[in-house]
Design a protein around this ligand. Structure first.
Ligand code: GLN
Length: 503
């Protein structure tokens, strides 16, 4: 029963491993696919760099925008587990289309992955929150562990897929003509492993995610009839051509982004009229976190866009002063993830250690620190220009930047997941998690615009000038990030009040 699950002894509930591994392999698929996008568009589909950045931003924006839809349908109709399964199946299908013929099915396959991620990603995250009682101080540590799982998958998929596709890895085993097929196919395999793992371990989750609504909610959401469920499945498939149209033409992405956010906000305001005053305050606090996270991801998410072009052109391929040779794109995709895996347990321990001594910084301060590290990381990226030879910068310094940025990510991202589950009333859990990821959608969208600007600014210039253009922008982004961090720290007392004791 839920009571048994939530009164676990020790540091982590054992059910977390089921979610950990499923999310790990889902992220293998997702980051494997996404790490290839910009490079594939430029080298295989002959997109201009500017265009590729916008397209990339659009796909990622849609991925995260659909988490809102996925969260909503899970709350109202499917429940978390069915949502997760349905999402996984769509992601497998999408990856298979891409594996069969990535040139022809590029946007078609991506559309499946986009909507599939929407059903999968927010709901598995919410289930992690369900493993804990309200006020259990071990929750943040649990999310840190879960976040390590995310990044284990991101690390493996992010390096291997792009390195195989580019022919940097296994190039004597796989014929050139098949490299990209195999690379996308590998993403499909990852997703399959995720679902198989979930299938065999989900029974440990007891009542969690079986029904729409939440096991501990006093008012249970009434289960809708079966046909509602099938309607969701059919509706999803019917939406795919529309999604394909919207991702492949970026002006439609613009319209979409202009409307989806305001609409979801309106909807949330409507839901807010139906909750108590205290719950409303908490939701407002959650919204502040959500809004700031847009800025965070807009800066952070240069990683798959402009940084991926930067890595391909302006970086050497030696690490640790020449000790190792690595594909710079692979490092860009995976370096941060590796640092997270190494550091997340330490952060988990640190938060618990601090909270035992009543020293744990509250979530707002953690967010502020997140921005400050992010900003410092971008200053390190800026500094690559001082150690470059003929426009080729050092992969070592670049990797150092990833490390600093990772500190920032760990102060914000897992904490963000955790705080959403703490600040939302039971019946709005899925939707609020969707909102959290919707902010990522806007971040990704903004990131694409910023990246496209950079691509435009450096068009036709030499490698040396390109390096200057990029690093100049990274310096600006670093500054914005520091400012955002300070603002958060300054307004923290006010948000703290809104949180009514939630930390
Ligand atoms: N890197 C994290 C993940 O994939 C967070 C992504 C996000 O919220 N933008 O889960």
């Amino acid at each position: 029963s839920l009571e048994e699950i939530q009164s676990f002894k020790g540091k982590y509930p054992k059910q977390i491993w089921s979610l950990f591994f499923s999310e790990m392999w889902e992220r293998f698929c997702f980051y494997g696919m996404r790490g290839m996008l910009v490079f594939f568009m430029i080298s295989q589909l002959n997109f201009e760099e500017k265009e590729a950045n916008l397209q990339y931003g659009a796909t990622q924006a849609f991925v995260y925008a659909f988490t809102f839809v996925g969260g909503l349908f899970a709350d109202k109709i499917l429940g978390f587990r069915k949502s997760l399964f349905w999402g996984g199946i769509l992601m497998i299908l999408g990856s298979i289309f891409l594996a069969i013929d990535p040139h022809t099915y590029f946007f078609f396959g991506l559309s499946f992955i986009i909507i599939g991620t929407g059903f999968f990603k927010p709901n598995i995250s919410t289930m992690v929150g369900e493993l804990y009682k309200e006020g259990d101080s071990r929750r943040d540590a649990g999310f840190s562990l879960f976040y390590a799982g995310i990044n284990l998958g991101a690390f493996l998929g992010g390096y291997v897929c792009v390195a195989i596709g580019k022919g940097y890895m296994l190039n004597d085993v796989i014929a050139e003509a098949h490299r990209w097929n195999i690379a996308f196919g590998l993403a499909a395999v990852g997703m399959l492993v995720s679902l198989i793992n979930f299938y065999f371990t989900e029974r440990h989750l007891g009542p969690i995610g079986l029904q729409p609504g939440h096991p501990q909610a006093i008012v249970k959401t009434k289960a809708l009839p079966k046909w509602a469920e099938y309607l969701v499945y059919i509706g999803t498939l019917g939406a795919i051509p529309l999604i394909q149209l919207m991702v492949s033409k970026t002006q439609y992405t613009d319209y979409f982004m202009y409307t989806i956010g305001p609409l979801t906000l309106l909807y949330l305001f409507y839901e807010m009229t139906k909750v108590s005053k205290e719950e409303r305050h908490k939701l407002i606090a959650a919204l502040v976190f959500i809004l700031f996270s847009i800025i965070f991801w807009g800066i952070y998410e240069q990683s798959g866009g402009s940084l991926s072009i930067f890595a391909a052109k302006n970086l050497n391929d030696t690490l640790l002063g020449g000790l190792l040779h690595m594909d710079p794109n692979g490092v860009n995709n995976s370096g941060g993830a590796l640092f997270i895996i190494a550091l997340a347990p330490l952060f988990g321990i640190l938060w618990i250690w601090l909270s035992k001594r009543r020293l744990e910084p509250n979530t707002i301060i953690k967010f502020g620190l997140g921005f400050i590290f992010l900003g410092l990381g971008y200053y390190v990226l800026f500094s690559t220009r001082f150690f470059a030879v003929e426009g080729i910068a050092s992969l070592d310094i670049f990797t150092l930047a990833l490390l600093v940025i990772t500190f920032g990510e760990l102060c914000l991202s897992p904490i963000g997941l955790s705080i959403m589950t703490k600040l939302s009333p039971a019946k709005l859990q899925g939707i609020m998690m969707g909102m959290w990821f919707l902010a990522s959608a806007y971040g990704q969208y903004v990131a694409g615009l910023i990246g496209a600007n950079m691509a435009e600014a450096k068009e036709g210039s030499s490698l040396v000038e390109q390096l200057l253009v990029y690093t100049e922008s990274y310096k600006d982004l670093g500054l914005y990030s520091l400012i955002a961090g300070l603002v958060l720290i300054v307004i923290s007392p006010w948000i703290k009040k809104l949180m009514h004791g939630v930390n």
